[in-house]
Design a protein around this ligand. Structure first.
Ligand code: COA
Length: 326
């Protein structure tokens, strides 16, 4: 039997300095603070500066995670960056990050699963570590999602923000109930038309803007996230009472509250950052995790449940006992 576990030993995050409030948005698009708060729970979002890129955000978050783990770039064997907003079509944001942090021997590549990118990247990194490709990984969610927004479309532009979060994964032997306890992913391209960006390199047009059927996405989110969380719990042979914290993808407070109720969790056991960050796509889970670890809510050894859904559709959930037993 394999006694190896992939621990999540540290987290770091970064938000661009520029904050845009709902009031700010209502000065140039037909919306208002009351509507946005009531329908989404969002009050503000951080937006990248003109000369700031996804790789910059990733670099800040990764450096903090490494510092928190007591490691440097040279200790890292694998870098997986989840992003839908890479600086360039190529090279990958991960290779830019690799160079910036001096992770010379790391394998580095990007993963594109939009808002589910972090749970996808986590699953891939765990599998690569378990298959012997290295002992330590950086898994990063980083987005400049504001670059994909149509600022005249009030049904989408109010929902998103920019930021980055990173976690350090480390292989450990003989700590069976620590680290990544289970991970489940799903995809269904039949729903590609309800959430997508028009345009792109092989579509004979420049990268376009986010297009979304909000109500449809909402419906799928609640249904699919509840189901995949049940699968992740079953895979770990656990039940929801054993979860210390739910750290969900931060898309809409109503989706988060619906998940909390479906899982029967106490409200104060759910980490909510959507009010301050809005939906930062692949960055939202590690950003929320960093907030709750930094403010002392999530402690070493706590069981954290994560779930996310994004365009594709793609979705997944992971259960992690955070930190390290030694
Ligand atoms: N400000 C003010 N009014 C707005 C608005 C805005 N920013 N955006 C839409 N509206 C209006 C609509 O035009 C509509 O007006 P009408 O009734 O006169 O036609 C009304 O508000 C209701 O719009 P609707 O789209 O039905 O609202 P909703 O309750 O479904 O909420 C979302 C819209 C986008 C907040 C919601 O559907 C949602 O969160 N969906 C999931 C999105 C998501 O999570 N995406 C990312 C997944 S990773």
């Amino acid at each position: 039997m394999n006694n190896s576990r992939v621990l999540m030993t540290a987290v770091g995050s970064y938000l661009p300095a520029n904050i845009v409030s709902n009031e700010d948005l209502s000065s140039f698009v037909d919306t208002d603070d009351v509507w946005i708060r009531r329908r989404t729970g969002i009050a503000q979002r951080h937006i990248v500066a003109e000369d700031e890129t996804t790789a910059d955000l990733a670099q800040h978050a990764a450096k903090k995670a490494l510092t928190n783990a007591g490691l440097s770039g040279g200790d890292i064997d694998l870098i997986v960056v989840a992003t839908t907003t890479p600086d360039n079509t190529f090279p990958s944001t991960a290779t830019k990050l690799q160079h910036a942090i001096g992770a010379k021997r790391a394998i580095a590549f990007d993963v594109q699963a939009v808002c589910a990118g972090f749970v996808y990247a986590l699953d891939i990194a765990e599998a690569m570590i378990q298959s012997g490709r290295g002992r330590r990984a950086l898994v990063v969610g980083a987005e400049s999602f504001s670059k994909l927004l149509d600022w005249e479309d009030r049904s989408t532009c109010v929902l998103f923000g920019d930021g980055a979060g990173a976690v350090v994964l480390e292989l450990a032997e003989n700590y069976n109930d620590w680290g990544i306890l289970s991970s489940v992913l799903h995809s269904d391209g039949a729903f590609r038309d309800i959430l997508y960006v028009d345009g792109g390199p092989s579509s004979n047009s420049l990268v376009g803007h986010v297009r979304m059927e909000g109500k449809e996405v909402f419906r799928h989110a609640v249904e699919k996230l509840a189901a995949v969380m049940d699968e992740a719990l079953a895979a770990a042979q656990m039940d929801a009472t054993q979860i210390d914290w739910l750290v969900p993808h931060q898309a809409n407070i109503r989706i988060i509250d619906a998940m909390q109720k479906k899982m029967g969790m106490a409200s104060d056991r759910v980490v909510r950052t959507v009010e301050q960050h809005a939906n930062t796509s692949a960055a939202s889970i590690p950003l929320a995790l960093a907030v709750a670890v930094d403010d002392g809510r999530i402690k070493n050894g706590d069981v954290v449940a994560m779930e996310a859904i994004g365009g594709g559709l793609v979705w997944g959930a992971a259960l992690v006992r955070f930190g390290k037993p030694y």
